[in-house]
Ligand binder design. Structure first.
Ligand SMILES: Cc1ncc(C[n+]2csc(CCOP(=O)(O)OP(=O)(O)O)c2C)c(N)n1
Ligand SMILES: [Mg+2]
Length: 650
């Protein structure tokens, strides 16, 4: 009945020559359904679907348009109901990363809090250089009903709404105040989404009256459109200078970042590493660029790195960064590359990253650049002793990993044993997902990655709450892989609600919920900066001391997960955990495996530093001690402004 009403309504859209009369929202949905990306000749839907939570700011506009689309053709722009707007952006980000930025999802929200809930997700997307399309509702363009529910009233301007908070965290922002603006804005938004150097959050704020307004759209707006994702080639002169610099290096090191994976450059990287013998270290986003046991792989680098990568980094004379934005974790706050004359060559599609650390800016697509470097370096390789040293250091670290995986700590187990169990049970193509807490660092060091898409730790924003929501997007993008979400109790408490979305959609996740009653990560950090783990444990307030140091809280996160519709298994020992993980693997349902761990067992040391400033004056001895350690480390911090002769700028 409802469908026939709709068909009648669709049939009523007036056709006037080469135009179609639709609302702005209907036109946008139709436009998005016709957008494709193309790279290396392969085309795919650019916007594969739309997450949404409706309110008065989008229910009658985008909501109505999505309904018409679903009833007319369910594949046009599939709609997914999420639980939290931040969560749905995380899911879209997880999806886009898994799709190497060639496909993403849209997110529609109401105005006000629904919209601002997406701001964190937008920042996360932009910082990680991952495309998402955000469609927050906005206040009336006509102002006829101002102030509407949830409107921010800026006394100085009626042209400001809460959505202006998206501007600094979006790579493209526009507010569609008149229907015809969409003709310019929608294609501009698609261009940014598909530009490998510019991509990030793209926001089209949609005033609620404009969403529902009709317009005669030229039909060419709805034509199938293919956005070519470019692979820029390096400038020959800069390429020659990079090759010359590397040929002159005695202790070169490659640092593979996320761009290596997004560009599909992992084969080119492997070939270059095999031909030249240059060891390869990996950032968080770049982990998986080489399989963990590849002879050239020295694993994670930086503050959460392996002793192998960090030892090589300390002596490296020329560092080739590939698709990395050189975060402080990667450089150990500008301390891990310690040679006085260290020089950087930065192969990056993004000019701003290529120019970092006074590097030779080899602006190009990672795959094209690595292939070109491979040719330019033909016949050259590092000394055999250097190759052997890297391999010996990597083997030593692998033994460290094995020990950490099999500590025999007892009950509750150590976190590294939990990671070991998940690694043993998961298949080579399965994906581990994490974002915040102590696990990202431990995973970076310890996870044995066997596939370029097998490691998915969001560490650009390291956002608590990304884990489950992001994992949902990962699984939507790769239904043929098992997805293991590792989430701490703190992150779980911040955002677990997309479990309901996973249950609703029959999207299977295996969630390993690591319960250590608070913030093991920030607790350890707090201790290291002299702040005595203050405020990092989930405890009752002690009536005697007035401090949060009473008994452990009676929070039952396993019961919580079960209440959200997930299958739940409690595991006390590592043996239980492995059995539970195998059960989860065999199940078609989303399963939460709940395991208690000992928060006080650290992972093996990276022998690296992270710059977190310590109070310069303090009444506490612990702080004063930490300050003097801090000052010692601080003296080793470098500027990386060296432009001396080793790598010549053409
Ligand atoms: C949204 C957000 N708020 C605060 C932080 C700072 N932070 C980083 S880790 C962490 C604690 C995480 O606790 P949990 O998930 O239990 O992991 P654990 O540290 O115990 O491994 C906090 C508060 C953050 N990264 N993200
Ligand atoms: Mg915790």
């Amino acid at each position: 009945m409802r469908l026939s009403c709709l068909t009648a309504a669709v049939g009523r859209t007036e056709r006037m020559g080469d135009t179609t009369r639709l609302t702005v929202a209907q036109a946008l949905v139709r436009f998005l359904a016709a957008q494709y990306s193309e790279r290396d000749g392969t085309e795919q839907r650019l916007i594969a679907g739309c997450f949404g939570i409706f309110g008065h700011g989008n229910v009658a506009g985008v909501g109505q348009a999505l309904l018409e689309a679903e009833l007319d053709d369910p594949s046009r722009l599939p709609y997914y109901l999420a639980r939290n707007e931040q969560g749905m952006v995380h899911a879209a980000v997880g999806y886009a990363r898994m799709k190497d930025r060639l496909s993403t999802l849209a997110c529609t929200s109401s105005i006000g809090p629904g919209a601002t809930n997406m701001v964190t997700g937008a920042a996360l997307a932009t910082i990680n250089r991952l495309p998402v399309l955000l469609l927050p509702g906005d206040i009336f363009s006509t102002r006829v009903a101002s102030p509407v529910l949830q409107e921010l009233e800026d006394p100085a301007s009626l042209d400001v709404s809460v959505n202006d908070a998206f501007r600094p965290v979006s790579r493209f922002f526009d507010r569609i105040n008149r229907p015809e603006q969409l003709l310019a804005s929608a294609p501009a938004a698609m261009r940014v989404l598909t530009d490998p150097a510019e991509t990030g959050a793209v926001t089209l704020a949609l005033p609620q009256d404009v969403q529902a307004e009709a317009f005669d759209w030229p039909d060419e707006l709805f034509a199938r459109r293919v956005w070519h994702v470019r692979r820029p080639v390096p400038e020959p002169e800069v390429l020659a200078a990079a090759a010359e610099g590397l040929r002159g290096a005695r202790r070169p090191l490659i640092v593979a970042g996320g761009g290596t994976i997004y560009s599909g450059a992992t084969d080119a990287l492997r070939e270059l590493a095999e031909a030249t013998g240059i060891p390869v270290a990996e950032t968080q986003a770049g982990k998986g660029s080489l399989p963990y046991d590849h002879p050239a792989s020295v694993g994670a680098i930086g503050a959460t790195g392996t002793t192998a990568a960090n030892a090589l980094a300390r002596d490296a004379d020329v560092v080739l960064g590939v698709g990395t934005r050189w975060s402080d974790f990667t450089t150990a706050s500008r301390s891990v590359f310690a040679a006085a004359d260290v020089r950087f060559v930065n192969l990056n599609v993004t000019a701003v990253d290529a120019a970092k650390h006074a590097g030779l800016a080899l602006v190009a697509d990672a795959r094209r650049g690595l292939e070109a470097l491979g040719e330019a370096l033909e016949g050259w390789s590092v000394e055999p002793e250097y190759r052997e040293r890297a391999a010996a250091l990597a083997a030593e670290w692998d033994e460290t990993v094995e020990r950490a995986y099999t500590l025999g700590h007892g009950t509750p187990p150590a976190q590294s044993e939990v990671i070991g169990a998940v690694n043993r049970v998961s298949g080579p193509r399965d994906v581990v997902v994490c974002a915040a807490g102590s696990m990202p660092g431990d995973l970076h060091k310890l996870w044995r990655t066997r596939d370029p898409k097998g490691y998915h730790v969001e560490y650009g924003y390291s956002c608590m709450g990304y884990e489950i929501a992001g994992g949902l997007g990962v699984k939507m993008a790769a239904p043929d892989r098992e997805v293991f979400v590792l989430v701490g109790d703190g992150s779980y408490l911040m955002m677990a609600q997309e479990l309901v979305t996973a249950v609703q959609e029959g999207i299977k996740l295996t969630v390993v919920l690591v319960q250590n009653h608070g913030f093991a990560s920030i607790g350890a950090l707090s201790e290291s900066v002299g702040s005595q783990r203050f405020g990092t444990r989930y405890r009752y307030r002690d009536p005697d001391t007035g401090r949060l140091e009473g008994d452990t809280l009676p929070v039952d996160l396993a019961a919580n997960a079960a209440s959200l519709g997930a299958e739940v298994v409690d595991a006390a020992t590592i043996e239980d955990l492995e059995a539970a993980l195998r059960r989860a693997q065999a199940s078609s349902r989303t399963t939460v495996v709940h395991v208690e761990t000992d928060p006080l067992v650290p992972a093996p040391s990276s022998e690296a530093w992270w710059d977190v400033p310590v109070a310069e004056v303090a009444a506490l001895d612990t702080t004063l001690e930490a300050r003097s350690t801090y000052e010692r480390h601080k003296r080793r911090q470098r500027t990386y402004l060296n432009t001396q002769d080793k790598v010549k700028t053409p």
